[in-house]
Design a protein around this ligand. Structure first.
Ligand SMILES: *Cc1c(COP(=O)(O)O)cnc(C)c1O
Length: 403
């Protein structure tokens, strides 16, 4: 089978040896099913697949999740991310979590993509776009209960915003308020008082909307990954699963015992060169590592140009033959060196695990984040486009476009 780039599948797999991201789609499905068991039985789930599915690949993730009956749909950050899902044939609702710029409104309406709304000028433009298309725009109203980012305030001004939509014929006819949502700033902390206060403000505001303007919004949602794990009483109608869908935890303060999650992502490369250097020899830019005695050095052909943090220079380690091989000197753009003095069996052609399991050892995104002073979310999002993604589903290995 020949891919878009004219190479056959075998050659595309061979090209992965330099470095590739492997995504276990079975783990993604199992993470969703386990989360579903923890939330309120009547609540549905939104799969948050912004930033190309947190670096995992949004389209294959959407394809594997779409058939789940408890999955309402997906959430992304931008119109382009939503269009990419529609272009790939994804049919369930898609919510855009951030501000959506007006140039995209007609296409948005035609494709059943729901923008978050909180600005009246945008609502007016959206209504006009819906009128041109000839079908109402479904929207989710964003409420700012304490994140201080986007959203109407849960007070008189917010109520006036909604009243204006309902009372203006041109708006009421073309804007369908399907959802209302807010976002927690601190649900991943041990102390849940801030999240509880945000929840209280949100629920009170929705009650006030019902009471004072008679608007009953069908889909209310506030829970992110941290709340799915630790505040399932806040499930409301939908929850938004982001980092947990990929099997990662939102923070070190969140319990690992309530919902069984399996990391979906691994990062692999191949040893391309092994040699022994001698006392006084240095390794990599700046000569920050100098050998005290004979040292076996293996070269790994992947670097910060692939999103592997340069901050791991002299700090991190990889796994080769199930053992830890510490990074020597600076991580370069496309290569770095590791110490295999204690792994005498290590040889050119060996698989290198940069993230994931090898034998009894495991390198997690959290560990790499800690070692490099980065956040686990950021680490997986930043894995470069130069790394091919390989997907595992039901024991089969496949490349995107070859499914
Ligand atoms: C990114 C995002 C989420 C998902 O957050 P996680 O911590 O990954 O679960 C949910 N809601 C909004 C509004 C977001 O921006």
């Amino acid at each position: 089978m020949t891919g878009q780039d004219g190479r056959d599948t075998e050659e595309r797999f061979a090209a992965c040896a330099r470095g590739y991201v492997e995504v276990d789609l079975d783990a993604v499905v199992s993470n969703m099913e386990h989360m579903k068991q923890n939330i309120a039985p009547e609540a549905g789930i939104i799969g948050v697949i912004k930033t190309d599915g947190y670096g995992h690949g949004s389209v294959p993730i959407a394809q594997v999740l779409e058939p789940l009956d408890f999955l309402y749909g997906f959430a992304v950050a931008t119109a382009e991310e939503a269009f990419a899902l529609r272009d790939a044939g994804i049919e369930k609702p898609i919510l855009i979590l951030g501000y959506t710029f007006p140039y995209s409104y007609e296409r948005l309406v035609r494709q059943g993509i729901r923008p978050a709304v909180f600005r009246m000028d945008a609502v007016r433009k959206l209504a006009r776009a819906a009128e041109r298309v000839g079908s109402p725009a479904k929207v989710h109203v964003k409420v700012d209960t304490g994140m201080g980012r986007i959203g109407i305030l849960p007070e008189d001004s917010g109520l006036a915003f909604l009243r204006q939509i309902l009372e203006d014929e041109g708006l009421a006819r073309w804007i369908e308020i399907e959802g209302i949502f807010t976002h927690f700033a601190r649900a991943d902390e041990r102390d849940k008082s801030s999240a509880k206060e945000q929840y209280r403000r949100f629920v009170r505001f929705t009650e006030r909307i019902e009471r004072e303007i008679g608007l009953c919004v069908p889909l209310r949602h506030c829970a992110n990954s941290a709340a799915i794990l630790e505040l399932p009483q806040m499930s409301l109608d939908l929850v938004r699963a982001g980092i947990t869908l990929y099997g990662l935890y939102p923070s070190a303060e969140v319990s690992r015992d309530r919902v069984a999650l399996r990391p979906a992502l691994s990062l692999y490369s191949t040893v391309v060169y092994v040699k022994t250097i001698h006392a006084g020899d240095s390794v990599s830019y700046g000569g920050t590592f100098t050998a005290a005695g004979d040292t076996r050095v293996a070269t790994v052909p992947l670097g910060y140009g692939d999103g592997y943090p340069r901050a791991l220079s002299g700090k991190g380690y990889v796994l080769i033959r199930g053992k830890r091989a510490p990074i020597l000197g600076r991580v370069c753009m496309d290569q770095f060196m590791v110490d295999v003095s204690d792994i005498p069996e290590a040889a050119e052609g060996d698989r290198v695990t940069l993230l994931g399991y090898d034998g009894g050892e495991h390198i997690s995104a959290e560990l790499l984040g800690d070692l490099s002073g980065r956040f686990n979310y950021e680490l997986v999002c930043d894995l470069g486009k130069r790394l091919p993604r390989v997907y595992l589903r039901g024991g089969r290995r496949m490349l995107p476009g070859t499914v």
